[in-house]
Each structure stands twice: as structure tokens, then as C-alpha cells.
Design a binder for this molecule. Structure first.
Ligand code: OFO
Length: 165
């Protein structure tokens, strides 16, 4: 059984994971419109991953006998200036999410809630992975450069990282 603060914090994370999914899906729409198919495919896959993260939390909460609450998901931005702006925002957002997972973990540890500590380990590892991927993408964008045919090669490189499963 989870404490009330723990349920509230997990529900808040359910909302954040849903927002992350919508954010990346909306970013994929921007990429599609700009003809950046590699980026669009990669971002759609990220959106699917985030939805999976949301469902994991959702299931964990109801399995403990508490009520998962999705709540109101704010609208993500629709306009971006460049590929680098998109991926800088993704990176910043992932760092923000890592902070939120750390807060959840701190609460679970403080409450000696071993089940939730164990459950959250997966998210800690996942955040490490995602931050690393976004760092690599930002390095690629910087190295290739966004002038001339640079955007074409960036799109190809990001597309090669993997898309929808
Ligand atoms: Fe990008 O992460 Fe979910 O948790």
C-alpha cells in the first residue's frame, strides 16, 4: 500500500509522461512538415516510449490498490525554429524528467517504501539512457552543422538511430 504523498507524486509523474509523449509527437509533426522524415520517425518512436512509461506507472499505481489519475495534460508547443532547437528542448525536458524521477526516488527512500524504490530503478536507468542519446544527437547536430545540406545529413543520422517498433 502506498502513502498518500506517494500516490500523488506517482500520479503527477503519470501526467508528465503523458505530456512527454504528446510533446514528442507534436515535435514529430513539425519535423514531418519540414520534410525531416528521419527526425519525425525518431520522435514518434520517442512518443511511443513515453506512452509506455506512462502505462507502467499507471499499472503500478492500480496494482497497489490506489487510483491512477491522468489529469489535465497541457498543450505542447507547435512551432520550432530548427532541428537543434527541437533537440535542445528534448534534452532539457529529459533533464527535467530525471529531476522528477529523482524526487520520486527520494520520497520512496524517505518513506522506506522498498517496493516503489525497486519499481523506480527502471526509470533511473531509462533516464540515464535517454539523456545520453540526446547528448549524442546534439553532438551530431553540432558536428554536422545546420547550413546547406547539413540538415539533410542530420536528418539521416537521426533517422539511423531507430524509429518506430
Ligand atoms: Fe523520457 O522519460 Fe519517460 O520517463
Amino acid at each position: 500500500m502506498l502513502s498518500r504523498p506517494m500516490v500523488e507524486s506517482l500520479n503527477n509523474q503519470i501526467q508528465l509522461e503523458s505530456y512527454s509523449s504528446n510533446l514528442y509527437l507534436q515535435m514529430s509533426a513539425w519535423a514531418e512538415i519540414k520534410g525531416l522524415e528521419g527526425c519525425a520517425t525518431f520522435l514518434r518512436a520517442q512518443a511511443q516510449d513515453e506512452m509506455t512509461h506512462m502505462h507502467r506507472l499507471f499499472k503500478y499505481v492500480y496494482e497497489t490498490g490506489a487510483l491512477p489519475v491522468i489529469g489535465t495534460i497541457k498543450a505542447p508547443p507547435t512551432k520550432y525554429k530548427s532541428v537543434s532547437e527541437v533537440f535542445k528542448q528534448v534534452y532539457e525536458h529529459e533533464k527535467f524528467i530525471t529531476g522528477k524521477i529523482n524526487e520520486l526516488m527520494n520520497l520512496a527512500i524517505a518513506e522506506q517504501d522498498h517496493s516503489t524504490v525497486n519499481f523506480l530503478q527502471w526509470y533511473v536507468a531509462e533516464q540515464h539512457e535517454e539523456e545520453h542519446t540526446m547528448q549524442k544527437i546534439l553532438d551530431k547536430i553540432k558536428n554536422i552543422g545546420e547550413t546547406g545540406s547539413g540538415v539533410f545529413f542530420i536528418d539521416r543520422a537521426i533517422g539511423a538511430l531507430g524509429g518506430e517498433k
